[in-house]
Structures are given as structure tokens and as C-alpha cells.
Design a protein around this ligand. Structure first.
Ligand code: ARG
Length: 584
């Protein structure tokens, strides 16, 4: 049995097609999850293939059906529909076999294949700029990136999590100037210090606007830093250390860890090699003093250049990113890179990727897979950019605190019997989980409205709804005094006895296919939608069919369904980066 019924069907339908002369080797059955009521999967490939080759789709589909049925009639029903679609439904016996094999979440491990399987994949996420606190705008990269790196790892990718800090920007000139002007000394806690630095930076920005002398001073400080001046280097390092300590407090709370924290500064002395290589390959040219790359084949980038060295000779975001790709392929042996940033950086990454492809091709180096998993803005519930009352960005730690407080209130009403300690723990899991889930359950490419009232409640496609479904299944096993991690299901019927059992089981086998789609498109919301529907199917099943019954074989099958649902929900929620609780 395959974990992914979708993949299994793809190979078996291909096999059945291979004996039909009209369907060549290039035939792709295009197996998809079908919309409700038309079987589990559908194959649309015959229609498009016959369209291209001017064949009769209905007749071809019919022969394919017969071929497939000869081999697999015991496990699958196959039907020809419409002008040439195939509907494929798994039969009860085979479905129960699948459940018996894949009801524990560790049984899932190592089965799912994706374009990232066996590849070394750098996931570049969070990556905030230093010298500032993290605010609500920093949420999405961290949350989406964490889910994506888990997806890639689950499908057998060797993941390298890299936090590419913005630690080498022009902000340091202004900040260094202001630190020196005010005689700031670093003797506060990281949280206070970073807030203080943020304030100094704002004062500095205003000063450079009001006074050209200040602007000049800031430039000089930046130059000194770039030339390695000891005093400035020491201050710069202190600022970065303090920034990271304040970020780390958030990472710990959100369950995020990195393998590398190589900021932009790490690549400073690698940019010269990039300038040289790109000039040597005639990809980069001098334009008004700056070194730039034009992409003549592109409608916009033929005129809008990718500036890789500024006219004053300084490196920039593009230069360090080019050096980063080289470092990741040469040193970290990366086969692919996934960048998780906001959509405003789409042009940057498109230009970066185009440049890298040409550059590596010139050097006959394998071109890594380059993916920009971009996301929209965080808006308030009226659709405006989210801010505090006085117009400032909302600090991330304050946002998490509020979520946890709200989750605590919710849990006190729902489960007053939990101990105080449990309430606190569940509130932390639900609070942080709700923030993550609300973000992940939206298509990442659109803007998303941040709304506490909608995300922290037990109704709808929310984290509390899913986490509650998990806790409820644990409660069923507790009631029966069974250890859900170790129970076995030796005797089960070969057929389902109710439609609700059957629908739940059919929903369960869709999990691998949904995951494949989510990994392929780097879109966690597919998985969220699926888990929400699965929890809904479970709830319908649980209301309709009693689990604890006299007939022990039937009870076994129902418990098997509970166990498989639990494993799927827990695995799914884990892949999204959320924690679960056994009781709430
Ligand atoms: N520091 C950048 C920002 O705050 C994100 C960096 C993303 N990673 C990269 N390699 N460019 O927007």
C-alpha cells in the first residue's frame, strides 16, 4: 500500500495506459482529488491528451477504464464520466487496509515525496532587520517559513533553516551617530535597550532630515563602520547582539529555531568576487557609476536594472543576496532555496533569480531551485495597515501577550475544571497557535486581516477548533482506559457499517495528496482547509455513530477511525508549527 493513494493511482493508471497504443509515454493521468460525490480521485489526463493528439477521448477513456479495472477491481471502482474523465473510488476493504497501515503518525514518516525529497534546501525566513524590535509585520515570514520548512523536511528534504538578518544597512550610520551624540551606554536589559535604540534611531532620522551636517555625520559613521573602525564595529556588534536577544525571546515563544543566523554582514567580503564574476561574464555593466544587470528579455527589467553595487561603491541588498546564493550552493551544498518575504520584494527576487540563473549557466554550475514564497500585508479588521492607537506598529510580544490573555479567558469559560497550571499552559498553546493559524489559513499571497475576535474562538476554521478536536479524541481513549499511542486493532470488519464512518475514512486518505499540493505550491492554507474539513467529518461521525458500543469488532473499526483522525490532525497541526494539548 502507498501512503499517498493519489501517487499510487497515478502510477497504476499510467501502467494501465502503457498497454494502449494510442496513449504514449508522455501521457499524464493528472490525478486530482475530486470534488465531493464523484469518487475520491479523478483523472482528467485523457481529455487533455486526446485534445492535443486529436483522438476520441470517450473511447480512449473507456479502454483505459477496462484495462485498469482488470488489475484493480478488488480495490478500486473506476468509472468513465462525461466526455472522458475517470472517477476512481477506493473500496471499503482497501480503505480499511490503508487505515490499518497508516493510523499512527510515525507510520506517515518517510513516505511523502516532493520536488524537495533528498535535496538540501535552505529555507530563508524571519530575517528581520536588527536595531528594531519585532512588530506585527514580522509575523508572517516567521510563521509561514516555519510551516514551509516543516513541509519540506516531512517530504524528505534536508532542511537548513537560515535567518538572514538585515544587520548591515544604512540604518547603522544614523544609529551610531545618535549613540555617540547622546553618549548612550548599553546597561539596560535587551528589551529596554532595543526600545531605546529604536527611539534613538527615530531621533537620528529626524536630525538627518533637518540638518545636512547631521546627514554628513551619519554618512561618515557608516563609512567608518564599513572600513572596519574598531569603535564602530564594537558598537555595531553590541546592537546586533541585543537585537538578537530580543528576537530570540519571540522565537522561543513561537517554537522557532534556526540552524544558521548568517546576516547580510556575513557576506560583506564576498561581494567583490560577485562583481568580478558578473562583469567577466558580461552580465553586469556600469551605468551612471553603479554596477547593474539588465535583463533584455524581460518587459520591465530590460529598462529597470538590478543594481548590484551603488554608485558610491557600497554594496547593497542585491550584492549580499547574490553572494548568499553562491555561498549556499558552494559551501552549504544547497540544491534549492526558499525565501519567505513580503510581496513588495517580488521584483528583487525575480531579478535575483534571473541573474543567478544566467551567472551559474555561464560557469556551467547546476542551477539551484529558487522559490520566492511571498506574502501579503497584515491589515486591521477594517482593512487598513495595522497600527496601535497612536499610529505605531504593534509590537510582537504585546500581540502575543494579548492573544494568550484572550485564550486564557476563553479556556476559563470552556473548561473551568482544569487546574490553574493547565489553564496557563493551554492558554499559551491556544494563544500563540491562534495567531499562527489565522495567518496560515489564508492564502499567503493575499493581504490578511488580523482579527482577535475571529481567530480566538471555537467556531470556524480556527486553531481552537482544531485543537479542541484533538483533545476530544484523546478524551475518548482516556474514557476507555486505552493508551492511544500503543493500541492495536487486530479484529476489524471488512466493510463500513455507516455512511459517516465511510466519509471520514475517505477524508483521511486525502491527507497525503493535500500535503503534496501544499508543498508543491508552498501554500499552507491548503492543509488548514483540509484539517478543518477533517475535524468537521469527525464531528459528524462522532455525533452520528457511538464509538463505545457492545460489538467489539465494530468498536475497533470506530476506534481505528478515531486513532487515524487523531494522528492526521496531530501531524497536520505539527506541520503547521502549532503545538497540541491532550486536555482542554
Ligand atoms: N531583511 C529583509 C527584510 O526585513 C528580509 C531578508 C530576506 N532574505 C533575503 N535573503 N533577502 O525585509
Amino acid at each position: 500500500m502507498d501512503f499517498s493513494v493519489g501517487d499510487f493511482l497515478t502510477s497504476k493508471v499510467k501502467e494501465a495506459a502503457s498497454t494502449l497504443p494510442e496513449l504514449g509515454k508522455d501521457f499524464d493521468p493528472e490525478i486530482r482529488l475530486s470534488e465531493a460525490n464523484f469518487g475520491d480521485f479523478q483523472s482528467n489526463g485523457v481529455l487533455s491528451y486526446c485534445g492535443k493528439k486529436k483522438l476520441n477521448p470517450r473511447a480512449t477513456a473507456q479502454s483505459l477504464c477496462e484495462n485498469f479495472a482488470q488489475q484493480h477491481a478488488n480495490e478500486y471502482t473506476i468509472e468513465c464520466a462525461g466526455p472522458g474523465f475517470l472517477n476512481l473510488t477506493i473500496k471499503d476493504g482497501a480503505l480499511i487496509q490503508w487505515l490499518l497501515q497508516f493510523h499512527t503518525s510515525d507510520a506517515y514518516d518517510g513516505h511523502l515525496k516532493s520536488i524537495f525529497s533528498d535535496k538540501t534546501v535552505v529555507v530563508d525566513y524571519s530575517s528581520p532587520n536588527t536595531a528594531k524590535r519585532m512588530h506585527v509585520g514580522h509575523l508572517r515570514s516567521m510563521v509561514i517559513g516555519e510551516a514551509l520548512q516543516r513541509f519540506v523536511r516531512f517530504s524528505g528534504g534536508k532542511v537548513i533553516r537560515d535567518n538572514h538578518l538585515g544587520d548591515w544597512g544604512t540604518q547603522f550610520g544614523i544609529l551610531l551617530m545618535e549613540i555617540k551624540r547622546t553618549g548612550y551606554v548599553f546597561n539596560e536589559s535587551p528589551t529596554e535597550a532595543i526600545e531605546h535604540l529604536e527611539h534613538l534611531y527615530q531621533v537620528g532620522v529626524q536630525a538627518t532630515k533637518d540638518d545636512p551636517k547631521a546627514l554628513d555625520e551619519a554618512h561618515k559613521e557608516l563609512l567608518k563602520l564599513q572600513q572596519g573602525d574598531t569603535e564602530n564595529k564594537t558598537l555595531w556588534k553590541k546592537i546586533n547582539d541585543i537585537s538578537y536577544q530580543s528576537f530570540d525571546a519571540i522565537y522561543q515563544r513561537m517554537g522557532v529555531t534556526f540552524d544558521y543566523v548568517l546576516g547580510e554582514s556575513f557576506y560583506c567580503d564576498q561581494v567583490d568576487a560577485v562583481y568580478q564574476a558578473l562583469q567577466q561574464h558580461k552580465l553586469a555593466v556600469l551605468d551612471q557609476g553603479a554596477l547593474v544587470v539588465f535583463h533584455s528579455e524581460h518587459p520591465r527589467f530590460c529598462k529597470q536594472p538590478f543594481i548590484i553595487r551603488k554608485s558610491d561603491g557600497a554594496s547593497n541588498y542585491a550584492s549580499t543576496d547574490l553572494a548568499t546564493v553562491k555561498y549556499r550552493t558552494d559551501q552549504l551544498k544547497a540544491d534549492a532555496m526558499i525565501y519567505v518575504t513580503d510581496a513588495r520584494q517580488c521584483d528583487h527576487f525575480e531579478q535575483l533569480f534571473l541573474t543567478v540563473k544566467k551567472w551559474f549557466a555561464c560557469e556551467n554550475k547546476p542551477i539551484p531551485g529558487l522559490y520566492h514564497a511571498y506574502f501579503g500585508m497584515v491589515l486591521d479588521n477594517t482593512g487598513k495597515a495595522i497600527k496601535t492607537r497612536d499610529g505605531k506598529p504593534i509590537q510582537l510580544h504585546a500581540l502575543l501577550d494579548e492573544a494568550v490573555t484572550r485564550a486564557y479567558d476563553l479556556i476559563c469559560t470552556k473548561s473551568p475544571d482544569l487546574s490553574e497550571e493547565e489553564k496557563r499552559h493551554v492558554a499559551e498553546v491556544i494563544g500563540c497557535g491562534s495567531i499562527k493559524y489565522a495567518d496560515l489559513s489564508q492564502d499567503r499571497t493575499s493581504n490578511y486581516r488580523f482579527d482577535f475576535d475571529k481567530m480566538i474562538r471555537f467556531e470556524g476554521n480556527t486553531a481552537p477548533y482544531l485543537l479542541y478536536a484533538v483533545a476530544r479524541i484523546h478524551a475518548i481513549f482516556r474514557k476507555l482506559n486505552l493508551d492511544e499511542t500503543n493500541c492495536t486493532f487486530s479484529q476489524v470488519p471488512h466493510q463500513f457499517s455507516t455512511e459517516t464512518e465511510r466519509s471520514l475514512a475517505h477524508k483521511l486518505i486525502a491527507f497525503p495528496t493535500v500535503l503534496s499540493m501544499a508543498i508543491q505550491d508552498l501554500k499552507p492554507h491548503y492543509l488548514c482547509r483540509y484539517l478543518f474539513e477533517l475535524a468537521g467529518c469527525f464531528s459528524t461521525f462522532y455525533k452520528a455513530d457511538k464509538v463505545i458500543i457492545d460489538d467489539k469488532t465494530s468498536q475497533n473499526l470506530r476506534l481505528l477511525l478515531c486513532k487515524a483522525t487523531l494522528s492526521t490532525l496531530e501531524k497536520g497541526v505539527y506541520l503547521l508549527g502549532l503545538e497540541t494539548v491532550e486536555r482542554m
